[in-house]
Design a protein around this ligand. Structure first.
Ligand code: SF4
Length: 366
């Protein structure tokens, strides 16, 4: 493996033409056959880029196919109801992306020939997405920077700075701006990301199959595994929450829709909330439901305990079965509420952490 290579001097960086030729040639030969690559027009690329933020390709593929089947064009997506978009997105996580995708479709669909300027104004379009879509669809010479690209460049340059630091970002961007070709900037960007995803992987990179092996400083120094430099991360805090499957006498179950902003925006859930340190789970569950919907419940037995990770914290979610005692629901800390038959629950998009309970209540559904 490369890290065992005999240490030698850092090679001088090659001319940009040599880097371009080797990467583009490798990408033409070795790229994975992905559906959006067969059809690099705005809608398929937009869809794939929104889905691939924070999600692996193999997880995104079935969602991509379902979206195209249900909403074959940008106009179809723009005309869709947000609830239907969220429902189709269910399980993919980072739900704000679904709202941004829908809003972006609504803004771009009426434009005759949208371009980089129009895309830049859309919600959820940061420098990465703009560069990726802009270069692939319109041939804009905008370099992409993502985790894969950072890793490849950090190794190629044997970069001693953290890639996320100010100096690290500047060093990487300066090189990319210099190297990105006039012709086929989209293939260049995709080639770089593909190299990081399939060859220059975080662990055990396959340097023998790398088109840049001869140019790579980390490889020449025998220090591949030393790069990229990793900043020590603060541990994610852990939180506990409780949620109740609240039944009415007629068997219907109370569900609430989360606020339009913030974590898991617009999704539906079994009511509840975060637990405070000093309260029992059952008491905290009843308190959270009261604050969310203004109803009194009797908390009965535990139904399930689910562990879930978010980007900034991890969560243990305790589910209880419960009885409705009194009070008509009010949307105090939610957008809306509803009493549903168990068979109706699956019409609504729920966060992944609620799926084990949904499976118990509506087993035919998932
Ligand atoms: S850029 Fe190529 S040679 Fe360098 S570490 Fe990555 S896979 Fe190995």
């Amino acid at each position: 493996m490369s890290s065992h290579a005999k240490p030698s001097a850092k090679p001088a960086l090659p001319r940009p033409e040599a880097l371009r030729k080797s990467l583009l040639g490798w990408y033409a030969r070795a790229q994975r056959d992905l559906p959006w690559r067969r059809n690099p027009r705005l809608y398929p690329v937009l869809l794939s880029e929104f889905m691939l933020q924070q999600t692996r390709v193999d997880q995104a593929l079935p969602y991509y196919a379902r979206f195209l089947q249900r909403f074959p064009t940008l106009k179809d997506l723009a005309a869709a109801d947000l609830g239907a978009v969220m429902k189709l997105w269910e399980g993919l996580g980072y739900y704000r992306r679904a709202g941004f995708l829908h809003e972006t479709a609504k803004r771009l669909a009426p434009v005759q020939e949208p371009g980089v300027a129009e895309l830049a104004e859309c919600p959820g379009i940061g420098p990465y997405t703009l560069a990726a879509i802009g270069s692939i669809v319109w041939g804009a010479r905008l370099p992409v920077v993502d985790g894969n690209v950072n890793r490849v460049l950090a190794r190629l340059l044997a970069l001693e700075d953290f890639p996320q630091s100010k100096a690290g970002k500047a060093a990487i961007l300066a090189r990319l701006q210099e190297w990105i070709p006039e012709a086929a900037p989209g293939d260049w960007n995709q080639g770089l990301m593909e190299l990081g995803a399939t060859v220059c992987t975080p662990h055990a990179p396959k340097c023998g199959a790398c088109p840049w092996q001869a140019f790579c400083s980390a490889h020449a120094l025998g220090r591949v595994e030393d790069f990229p430099k990793v900043e020590p991360k603060a541990a994610r805090p852990h939180k506990h929450a409780a949620a109740a499957v609240i039944r009415r006498k007629d068997g219907r179950i109370l569900v609430a829709q989360r606020p339009a902003q913030g974590l898991l925006a617009n999704l539906w859930e079994f009511p509840g909330g975060l637990l405070l340190k000093e309260e029992t789970r059952a008491a905290g569950c009843a308190r959270a439901v009261r604050e969310q919907l203004g109803v009194e419940i009797r908390v009965d037995e535990s139904l399930a305990t689910v562990e879930h990770g978010f980007s900034h914290f991890t969560l243990t979610l305790h589910f209880f079965s419960a009885r409705h005692l009194k009070g008509a629901p009010e949307a105090l800390r939610c957008q809306a509420w509803n009493w549903l038959k168990p068979s109706e629950l699956r019409r609504l998009p729920f966060p992944r952490a609620h799926w084990p309970v949904l499976e118990k209540l509506a087993p035919e559904a998932k």
